[in-house]
Design a protein around this ligand. Structure first.
Ligand SMILES: [Fe+2]
Ligand SMILES: [Fe+2]
Length: 131
């Protein structure tokens, strides 16, 4: 349950962080993609919260965290966070005995892996431009 609470906080922070990235992004196509990613995080947030409330009867406490104010740094932050989140969610799925919890975290891990690739792509484009 502690891991699920941590996952919910992570989702909350990703939602606010990606809102910032959308504002900082200079490109329309990147903005649109990050909006889609942000919508996935909102769906994860709601799904994990439903699981948490069902299993504990309590609402989770959110621990807020900051993310960078610069687009390039923000993309790097996001791609590392997404990569770490894949491992974290698969770990939760391994430990979960409830099959619905297991499948929710496996499915979310697949989304995070996809997000990581998008952020890596946008970040790589900036790196190459500034060389
Ligand atoms: Fe997520
Ligand atoms: Fe994600």
């Amino acid at each position: 349950m502690r891991d699920i609470a941590r996952a919910i906080s992570g989702q909350y922070n990703a939602i606010t962080c990606y809102e910032k990235l959308i504002r900082l992004s200079p490109k329309e196509d990147e903005r649109k993609q990050i909006m889609e990613i942000r919508q996935d995080e909102i769906n994860h947030y709601h799904e994990f919260t439903r699981i948490y409330v069902r299993l504990t009867g309590q609402s989770p406490r959110i621990k807020k965290e900051e993310c960078p104010d610069d687009y390039k740094k923000g993309l790097e932050f996001a791609l590392k966070d997404e990569q770490q989140t894949v491992d974290f969610y698969l770990d939760i799925a391994d430990k979960a005995r409830n099959p619905a919890v297991k499948s929710a975290f496996i499915r979310a891990a697949q989304d995070e892996q996809n997000h990581a690739v998008w952020f890596l792509y946008f970040w790589t484009k900036i790196i190459h431009k500034s060389e």
